[in-house]
Design a binder for this molecule. Structure first.
Ligand SMILES: [Zn+2]
Length: 289
């Protein structure tokens, strides 16, 4: 995997993340056999989750972005940890829509109206949950709106996924900048100007440039430092043990019912599409233990 995220500080007044996520999004598309517009929507959410996850403190912390919406995709879930291990799944993976008026994949129509949930599980009793209404369904705008409303942080967000004719991912990446408390509006205005003249993060990468080049493009002439570089991977941490725990949590009564009625159970991992089968012997053993 050659995907990574750069973390930068700018003039002590902002922190920024620049992500290259092509292979990670491609792996998600391969696993879910998603159509181009679903790949674009899921890829944007994956990229955002990876950049937000990079801000977590502990290895066991988990960030989840979930969209529930009335568009044909129905919803998308993406999670990331501090080490940028990300996973995701769309509710419906084979949505086919005409291109939008700009000739681009119509992510907004695919997502539709609904809510964006941000859940941060920091190992405390209750996870932090923030919810906003989707403002555009393009995901980047929706996240900027979330930061402004829910966390009151002025932010600039840019997410992009370019899908090839063969449905593989040609380029994927993102940019996220968040102002630190007390920072002047000057920097965010400057970045907004840069972003408005910016074609797309994917065409930038398509021309052979890197996240380091993107940092220079945005922050040229400013005092900025790359403070961290983290590899990004699609990684599902499901296991037979975890699935067995989920079975146990159903309770003795429910398990006995499954054993009597079906004599077996198959549990499916939405994130990596792996199936875990438990036969009669397995179920008896779980019931007895
Ligand atoms: Zn899995």
């Amino acid at each position: 995997m050659s995907d990574y995220i750069l973390r930068l500080t700018i003039e002590n007044s902002a922190v920024a993340f620049i992500a290259l996520t092509t292979e990670t999004v491609n792996e998600a598309a391969r696993i879910h056999r998603s159509s181009p517009v679903v790949t674009a929507a899921m890829g944007r959410l994956i990229t955002a989750a990876a950049m937000m996850g990079a801000q977590l403190k502990n290895d066991s912390d988990l960030l989840t972005l979930s969209i529930k919406s009335d568009g044909p995709v129905g919803g998308i879930v993406a999670t990331a940890d501090k080490n940028s291990n990300v996973k995701a799944y769309p509710f419906v993976s084979d949505v086919d829509l005409p291109l939008n008026s700009n000739g681009k994949l119509d992510v907004a129509a695919c997502v539709g109206k609904g809510n964006l949930n941000v859940v941060m599980d920091l190992g405390l009793k209750e996870p932090y949950v923030g919810t906003v209404k989707l403002v555009s369904g393009e995901i980047g705008d929706d996240l900027a709106y979330y930061f402004a409303v829910s966390e009151q942080i002025p932010s600039a967000v840019c997410l992009g996924v370019l899908v090839d004719r063969d449905y593989s991912v040609a380029q994927a990446g993102g940019f996220l900048m968040q102002m630190l408390p007390g920072a002047s509006d000057e920097l965010i205005t400057r970045i907004e100007e840069k972003l408005s003249g910016f074609d797309a993060i994917t065409s930038f990468y398509e021309s052979g440039k890197t996240p380091y080049d993107l940092a220079e493009y945005f922050f040229e002439g400013l005092n900025y430092t790359v403070t961290e570089k983290t590899d990004v991977n699609f990684f599902c941490n499901c296991s037979r043990e975890k699935v067995e725990k989920a079975l146990i949590s159903l309770g003795r009564e429910e398990l006995a019912k499954i054993l009597n009625e079906d004599g077996k159970a198959t549990l499916h991992c939405h994130f990596c599409r792996k199936d875990y089968s438990f036969d009669e012997g397995d179920l008896k053993r779980i019931l007895e233990s």
